[in-house]
Design a protein around this ligand. Structure first.
Ligand SMILES: [Zn+2]
Length: 138
């Protein structure tokens, strides 16, 4: 079970934390005292500092499994406390998922390239400014 946990999240699951699996402990997504089972479907990894942030009190983070149909189904979502995000938008950690990081970098690169190509065409080829679909922007 521990190997599956290391393979799936790859490290601490709090968004932005880069603690590798070797510096984490197993965390119950639904707390054991609330009926959460001790099995692979209800466990993830958290480093000590991030594990201490998950609690029911003021300022505590909540954890849950991302539902089917979500952007990252089956991954652990962490819900920040209101003082960090008043809308409490669930987040996942991308630090240990190379595919996520590569996709974000490629999307950023492509958006920047498209913007620069439009500007190049407008400036040097004297084409009218247009949006990505080829429509003209007023
Ligand atoms: Zn952490």
């Amino acid at each position: 079970m521990v190997l599956a946990l290391i393979a799936a999240p790859g490290g601490c699951t709090r968004p932005g934390c880069d603690a590798p699996a070797t510096l984490t402990a197993v965390h119950h997504i639904t707390d054991w005292k609330d009926g959460g089972p001790t099995d692979i479907t209800n466990e993830d990894l958290a480093c000590d500092a991030c594990h201490a942030l998950v609690h029911e009190g003021t300022g505590g983070w909540k954890t849950r499994v991302s539902p089917a149909g979500a952007e990252y189904p089956g991954r652990t979502e962490r819900i920040p406390p209101p003082h960090i995000d008043p809308e409490r938008t669930p987040r996942v950690n991308h630090r240990h998922h190379l595919g996520d990081l590569l996709s974000a970098a490629l999307a950023h690169y492509r958006a920047r390239r498209d913007t620069e190509m439009r500007e190049h065409r407008r400036r040097w080829l004297r084409e009218p400014a247009g949006d990505a679909a080829g429509g003209e922007v007023p």
